[in-house]
Every structure is written in C-alpha cells, then in structure tokens.
Design a protein. Structure first.
Length: 71
C-alpha cells in the first residue's frame, strides 16, 4: 500500500476520533443544562438518521430492488 494512502487513513481515523470526542462532550454538557434536551434530542435524531442511512446502503447493485432503473 502506498505511503500516501496510509497517511490518509491515519488522518481520517484521528479526525473521526476527535469529532467523536467533541460531539460526546457537547452532548454531555447539553444534558447537564436546564434546556439541554433541546440540543440533545436533535443530535440523537441526526445520529439515528445517519445510522439508518448507513444500514440501508447496499454496495451490490444487483441487490437493489427498490430502484426502478432497468439494468
């Protein structure tokens, strides 16, 4: 594997870890505030929608029964 690809993978992993920690700290601090649930509920909704989109994604084109394109 080329060195550039290894560096890109490492940078993406470190960035994802940092964003996860930042989002967790933001949600945890919002839960301690008086109106923190107004921030927490939309964040949970976004996480749920992202999970549903990723779970539904299918990489095999032949298994996609819901698109109406004739291939």
């Amino acid at each position: 594997m080329p060195l550039f690809n290894v560096i890109v993978i490492i940078v993406c992993a470190v960035t994802a870890a940092g964003l996860t920690v930042w989002a967790g700290a933001l949600i945890a601090s919002a839960a301690n505030q008086e109106f923190g649930w107004f921030i927490l509920l939309p964040a949970l909704l976004c996480v749920h929608l992202l999970f549903c989109l990723l779970a539904r994604r299918d990489t095999n084109v032949r298994n996609r029964h819901d698109d109406r394109l004739n291939r």
